[in-house]
Design a protein around this ligand. Sequence first.
Ligand code: NAD
Ligand code: MG
Length: 376
Amino acid sequence: MKRRGVAILGSTGSVGTAALRVLARHPDRFRVTGLTAFSNAPLLAEQAAQFKPAIVGLVSNGVTQHEEWRGGPECLVQAARAPDADIVLNAIVGAAGLDATLAAVGLGKRVALANKESLVMAGDLVAEACRQGGGEIIPVDSEHSAILQCVGTRPHTEVRRVVLTASGGPFRSWALDRLERATVSDALQHPTWRMGRKITIDSATLANKALEVIEAHFLFGFSYDQIEVVVHPQSVVHSFVEFVDGSVVAQLGIPNMELPVLYALTHPERIEDTGVPSFDPVDSSPLTFERVRSDDFPALRLGIEAGRRGGAAPAVFNAANEQAVALFLEGRVTFGDIPRAIATSLDALGDLGGASREALISADMRTRAYVRELYR
Ligand code: NAD
Ligand code: MG
């Protein structure tokens, strides 16, 4: 059997390292063709020594002792375009992942996509690049992997609606006045998943679920009216699909990203893998569900409104959120400022026109500058 080549962008992150654990178990099926990271040179060097990819890229590359490494943001697209990379696992955080996604699907490759921000920012462009180049996006995000698995081979016209589950984050049961004063360390205590800092804050504001609603819209073509969100604190049911006959199918599993990563690599096949402990329904009990507190976590509603508005509004939503989260992590704005920055940005810039890559990148940059100016 020919081994499939996999490039991992963002290999030093939470999803990237989960992906390498999966690939290390299946050397007969996959080989690593490229590894990229932003700045963690020691871990990248360790990974490169173990997996021996042809391309190693460090975006922030100044002077390292590794002359053969590539540097700058171009290394992401180079690793994505390399002919021996059949699958590109995009585990970069943020809008920085867009060009690599476009490059890979434009060349007919599979992108195993964790980097939801690139799809939110430019969903129509990514879809167009898939059509033109023959590439495909297979989600790594657990909720979207669940939807893909639940829908199976049935046409989307047989789906009435999907229900994305949300853990509710660390502040699920906090009162509103306490939320306003939540600290960075409070917000980084995610109850069920160990993830990078940006998505962990997004889970606390529920901006992550807004990104995921838009992601579901672009991945599967469901209208916003067909996508709902329910809080499920245990993160065991990864999402529900209700079909037109009223029957509901859910996908379950322990919260471990190695499961959706492996499925994104092998879809529609499944292969033997025992790296993740077997599911025990009794150990996972009880499974509970709650309504979302939409008024107390306005980022969710703001993101869905931006999705409905279309055009550059999702890119503005995403950029305002990325910039506000960065300022929050630096201790320069409060937790409550994150949704306020998003709302103000959408009011000011949500109608920016243009659907090209350049227009969306310009909307992204203008929004970041706008948010920085708000809190200068
Ligand atoms: P992380 O912060 O742990 O890792 C991010 C990776 O991207 C690192 O390897 C980092 O070096 C690289 N990176 C950061 N900035 C970059 C830039 N400007 N250019 C190039 N590379 C850059 O993040 P994560 O938790 O692994 O999340 C990665 C993506 O996966 C995000 O889009 C996130 O929303 C999504 N995701 C994560 C999880 C999870 O369990 N961690 C689950 C679902 C989706
Ligand atoms: Mg998710």
